[in-house]
Design a protein around this ligand. Structure first.
Ligand code: PLP
Length: 466
C-alpha cells in the first residue's frame, strides 16, 4: 500500500479525474435519450450500493460503475424531459467550480481565512442585490436552498420586529405559498396558530383586501402581525402575487415583506420577468434559488435582505462567540458570513455561482430564461388550442397547469400515460380543490423540441378513451 494513500500525487489524480470525466461524458451524451424516470428493478441497484467500505479500498473504476448504475435510477432531473415539480438543470461549469472549491478547501464562513474567496462570493451577492435594485446597505447569504433562505428570512424578520416576545407574533402567506414557509415559521419558534393563510383571488394571487382585514382583526385581538410572505412565482402555477400592492400594505401596516422568489426570482434578469415581478424591489427580503433559475446543481439557495444590518443582528447577536474564536479578526469590507446566517463551516458555494456567471456571461442566462418564458407561452397556446383540456391560467412565468374536462381519474390516467413514455416527467397538484397536471419548464436543457414532444404526448393521452 502507498505510504499516504489519502494523498494521491499528480499522476494518480490525473488518472482519477480522467475516469470521472469519462463517466460525465457518457452521462451528458446519454441525456437526450435517457428515460425521464426509471424506478424499475431497483433491488439489484440498492443491493450493489449497500456493502460497507472495505479495509483496503476498491478500484475507482469499479466504484464509478456502481455510481453510474445507481444514478440511472429515479427521476432524470438533469435531462431535457424533466418538467415535474420545479426543475433545475445542473450546469457543468458549476460542477467544475465545486471540484475546484472542494480541492482548495478554504474556510469561507469567515473573512480572514480566505478574504479573496469570500470577496468573490460577496461580489456575486452584491450583483444579485443590484438586479433587484436593493440599496447599498443590502446584504445577502448563499444557503443550501430555498427552504433555508425562507427560514433565515423568517428568523430575521422575527428578530427585527418581535424581539424575544414570540407569543403573539403573526405572519401571513397565501393559500398558494410553498410549504417551506409554514415549516420556517414553526422552526422559527412561532406557534402554528400564528400563521394565517390568506385566500387568493380566482387568478391565484393573494387577496390583498383579505390580507388587510386579517391584519386589522389580528391587531384588534391583541396579536402582533409582523410578516407577510409573497410569492414571486408559486410552485403550483408560477403565479406572481400583487407585489406592489402588498408592499404598500406592508408599509402602511409596519409588516416585513418577504418575497419567496425561489422558483421565479431569476426571471428578473429578463425584461418580461422584471415586469411581472414589479414591486419585488420594495421587499425587505427576497429568497432565491440559483439551483432552479440559474440552472445550478442542487445545494444553492440565496437570501437578500434590504437592511443587511438586520440580517447580521439576527445571527451574530444570537449568542456569545466561543473563546476559541478569539484569534479571528474581522476584515474591513469583507463579510464574515457566519455572522449573517446559521452556519459556521460551510462549502464555498459562492464559486458555484461565480464561475458560471463570469464564464458564460449574464446574457447566456438571460437568453435561457427568455427561452423558458417563450416555451411556456407556446405550450399553453398549443394545449389550449386542442380539444379536451382546460387551462384556466395563462402562465405568468414558465409553469403551465392543465386538466382534462373529465374528472380526477381522467387526469390521473393522463399523467400516467404521458409519464409512461419516459420521454418527459410531469407532476400534478391540487388547486382550489381540483387536480391539475403541470408542465414546469425551467431546465437549461429543455428546448422547443422536447416541449413540442410533451405537448403531443399530452394531446395523444387526452384523446385516448378513459
Ligand atoms: C416557491 C418555492 N419556495 C421554496 C421552495 C423550496 O426550495 P428548496 O427545495 O430549494 O428548499 C420551492 C421549491 O420548489 C419553491 O418552489
Amino acid at each position: 500500500m502507498a505510504a499516504h494513500p489519502l494523498e494521491p500525487d499528480g499522476a494518480e489524480l490525473g488518472t482519477m479525474v480522467e475516469a470521472a470525466v469519462a463517466l460525465i461524458g457518457r452521462f451528458l451524451d446519454g441525456l437526450p435519450r435517457a428515460p425521464a424516470s426509471d424506478l424499475a428493478e431497483l433491488g439489484p441497484v440498492l443491493e450493489a450500493v449497500s456493502p460497507p467500505p472495505t479495509d483496503g479500498g476498491r478500484p475507482l473504476d469499479e466504484l464509478l460503475g456502481t455510481l453510474e448504475q445507481a444514478a440511472a435510477k429515479g427521476f432524470e432531473t438533469a435531462g431535457p424531459g424533466y418538467l415535474a415539480f420545479v426543475p433545475g438543470g445542473g450546469l457543468v461549469s458549476a460542477a467544475l467550480a465545486d471540484f475546484l472549491a472542494c480541492t482548495l478547501n478554504r474556510f469561507t464562513g469567515l473573512a480572514a481565512p480566505a478574504p479573496g474567496l469570500v470577496a468573490m462570493e460577496a461580489g456575486v451577492l452584491r450583483w444579485l442585490c443590484d438586479q433587484f435594485d436593493l440599496p447599498p446597505q443590502a446584504r445577502g447569504l448563499f444557503t443550501s436552498g430555498g427552504s433555508m433562505a425562507n427560514l433565515v428570512a423568517v428568523v430575521t424578520a422575527r428578530t427585527a420586529l418581535l424581539g424575544d416576545d414570540l407569543g403573539p407574533g403573526t405572519l401571513y402567506a397565501s393559500s398558494q405559498a410553498h410549504h417551506s414557509v409554514a415549516k420556517a415559521a414553526r422552526l422559527a419558534g412561532l406557534s402554528g396558530a400564528g400563521l394565517r393563510t390568506v385566500p387568493c383571488t380566482p387568478d391565484l394571487r393573494m387577496d390583498v383586501d383579505a390580507l388587510a382585514s386579517a391584519v386589522e382583526a389580528d391587531r384588534k385581538a391583541g396579536l402582533r402581525p409582523f410578516l407577510v410572505v409573497a410569492s414571486g412565482g408559486t410552485t403550483n402555477t408560477g403565479t406572481v402575487d400583487p407585489l406592489g400592492e402588498m408592499a404598500d400594505l406592508a408599509g402602511e401596516a409596519g409588516l416585513w415583506l418577504h418575497v419567496d422568489a425561489a422558483y421565479g426570482g431569476f426571471f428578473q434578469l429578463t425584461d418580461r420577468g422584471r415586469r411581472r415581478l414589479r414591486g419585488i424591489e420594495r421587499a425587505d427580503s427576497i429568497a432565491l434559488d440559483p439551483h432552479k433559475g440559474l440552472f445550478l446543481p442542487y445545494g444553492t439557495g440565496a437570501l437578500l435582505v434590504r437592511d443587511g444590518e438586520r440580517l447580521r443582528a439576527a445571527h451574530s447577536g444570537a449568542g456569545p462567540k466561543g473563546d476559541y474564536m478569539q484569534d479571528i479578526v474581522g476584515l474591513e469590507g469583507v463579510p464574515d458570513f457566519a455572522d449573517y446566517g446559521p452556519e459556521l463551516s460551510r462549502d464555498f458555494r459562492g464559486l458555484r455561482v461565480w464561475l458560471p456567471l463570469h464564464l458564460h456571461g449574464v446574457a447566456a442566462f438571460r437568453a435561457a430564461l427568455d427561452e423558458k418564458l417563450d416555451l411556456a407561452r407556446h405550450a399553453h397556446t398549443a394545449l389550449a388550442a386542442g380539444p379536451g383540456l382546460e387551462l384556466p391560467w395563462t402562465p405568468d412565468l414558465s409553469i403551465v397547469a392543465f386538466r382534462t374536462r373529465g374528472g380526477r381519474d381522467d387526469d390521473r390516467r393522463l399523467l400516467e400515460r404521458v409519464n409512461a413514455t419516459r420521454r418527459v416527467l410531469l407532476s400534478s397538484t391540487e388547486v382550489q380543490g381540483r387536480r391539475y397536471s403541470r408542465l414546469a419548464i425551467l431546465s437549461h436543457r429543455t428546448h422547443r423540441d422536447r416541449v413540442d414532444e410533451a405537448v403531443e404526448l399530452i394531446r395523444a393521452a387526452a384523446r385516448l378513451p378513459a
